[in-house]
Design a protein around this ligand. Structure first.
Ligand SMILES: [Zn+2]
Length: 161
C-alpha cells in the first residue's frame, strides 16, 4: 500500500550526511532524492532515468549511480539484489519490507505485512541493534501460475486425445 513519504525527514537526513561527509550539496543530488522519494515501491536506475526524462531533466546513468551510492551510505535507501534482475532499490522505512519474488518471471511485489513488523519489533538480538530489515519470499506470481496452469491443461488435453 502506498504511504505518504515525509520527504523533509529524508531531506534533512541527507543534508546532515552531506555536511558530515563534506560532500557538495548539488541540485542534481536533491533532484534524484526527490524522484527516489516519489516511488512507493522498489525502483531501478532505469526507473529514475525515465522519471527524470519525463520532467525534461537529463542525468547520465553514472551520475544517478553515484548519487544512489550516497543514498546507500546515508542509509536512505537499500539494495535488493536478485539474480537475473537489474539492481533494485527501496527507500528504507517507507517502502514495505516484505518482497515477494516470482522465481519464474523475476517480478518483485512489495507488500506491507503488519504482523511481520509487529513480530520484528519484539525481536532482540544479543549484542546487536537492529536497524532495518527485509523479508524475501520466493514463489510464483498469479500471472505465471495462470500461464503454467494453461500449459498443464493443454498438455493434459493432448494426452487425452
Ligand atoms: Zn511471475
Amino acid at each position: 500500500m502506498a504511504e505518504i513519504v515525509n520527504k523533509s525527514v529524508y531531506m534533512k537526513k541527507f543534508d546532515k550526511f552531506l555536511k558530515t561527509g563534506k560532500y557538495r550539496k548539488t541540485p542534481e543530488r536533491y533532484k534524484v532524492l526527490d524522484i527516489v522519494l516519489s516511488f512507493n515501491k522498489h525502483f531501478s536506475i532505469d526507473d529514475i532515468k525515465t522519471k527524470l526524462n519525463d520532467e525534461n531533466y537529463y542525468l547520465s546513468v553514472a551520475t544517478i549511480y553515484n548519487t544512489l551510492k550516497l543514498f546507500l551510505a546515508a542509509e536512505i535507501i537499500k539494495t535488493l539484489d536478485f539474480e537475473g534482475v537489474n539492481t533494485q532499490y527501496v527507500v528504507i522505512g517507507v517502502t514495505s519490507n516484505v518482497h515477494l519474488i516470482c522465481t519464474s518471471c523475476n517480478k518483485i511485489k512489495d507488500v506491507r505485512d503488519t504482523n511481520f513488523i509487529t513480530f520484528m519489533n519484539t525481536r532482540k538480538y544479543t549484542a546487536f541493534k537492529t536497524g532495518h530489515y527485509s523479508l524475501f519470499v520466493y514463489g510464483i506470481c498469479s500471472t505465471c501460475a495462470r500461464k503454467q496452469n494453461k500449459t498443464k491443461n493443454l498438455k493434459n488435453k493432448n494426452k487425452n486425445q
